[in-house]
Ligand binder design. Sequence first.
Ligand code: NAI
Ligand code: MG
Length: 361
Amino acid sequence: ANPSLLILPGDGIGPEVMAQVERVIDWFAANRDLAFDVSTDLAGGCAYDAHGTPLTDATMAKAQEVDAVLLGAVGGPQYDDLDFSLKPERALLRLRKEMDLFANLRPAQCFDALADFSSLKRELVAGLDMMIVRELTSGVYFGEPRGVTHEGNERVGVNTHRYTESEIARVARAAFELARKRSNRVCSMEKRNVMEAGILWRDVVQEIHDAEYPDVELSHMLADAGGMQIVRAPKQFDVILTDNLFGDMLSDVAAMLTGSLGMLPSASLGLPMANGRPKALYEPVHGSAPDIAGQDKANPIACILSFAMALRYSFDEGANADLLENAVQKVLADGVRTGDLMGPEGGTPVGTVGMGDAILA
Ligand code: NAI
Ligand code: MG
């Protein structure tokens, strides 16, 4: 049987950028003998419009069964006044929670042709290809106790930075597995000098490494020093493994090394399923961009690169992922530009479909 994909185009520009991914999927079936069983469903505001809920139980069940889920984007101003439990974003939260997607992969990859869009000097970022693996389901954003309480005459805000050994171990394994498909290096970042969970984090990562992944090169860095290094010399990194809080900040910092929001893919992975593939959701980092929706202006590259990640990390199709990424690189080098990529040096302006045409060609 072919591997299965569930496509959730979502709202706003989601369906527009996903339509270009669907063309890419058709291309692989026709030209590379790589076919998927694709089903498509509603998630987000469009699901609320049709069913009164941002994600139906039937769609959730389908997401649990397939080999990978591809999501476009959800949300829009017409849903701003909905009750929190009905908001489009709840579709994403439910998928992440019920699929237990604990490893968030945020690549920072800089295509040569876009190096001048970076916040850093061209020579620091040209050819950059690093990956931040952020723990997504635990840590200080979820730890108990939490809340605003009273102590004597004043209020106290409390969050608890808590990690169990098994939570650290499973995200560490995800990072080591990834590293083996890349340049085989992991740098783990925490703050063991001031945080108990940081001490445990470092110990567990080292233990998993020594017992199961001795072939991967492992280093450790304090997360604040790591932030400096990401901006000073980002090309030293391959995979960075870090917790929820530090990963939130470091992945946003790293994103600015690469240029437009329209270029950034992501993946969220869970535990391996019976067939050995991890539970997986692939999506662009950007949202539904209501300001440009329906105008053939959206850059489909973030969504297309998210599919390239699916090829690499869910389906072991590294060569086909390279092929797709190289096509994107070539198109950018040729000066083909959606509006968000149009710099002072100009280029050939295209819309969403035109960018898809160029990549397919
Ligand atoms: P956004 O990412 O949708 O847009 C921010 C800016 O970047 C806009 O000016 C937009 O036109 C531009 N942009 C985004 N993607 C682009 C692309 N592919 N090509 C060219 N330009 C692009 O973030 P915003 O405006 O804060 O949120 C809009 C809606 O999206 C809200 O309802 C928000 O809740 C939702 N959202 C959904 C996310 C998701 O589905 N994962 C993530 C972030 C926001
Ligand atoms: Mg953030």
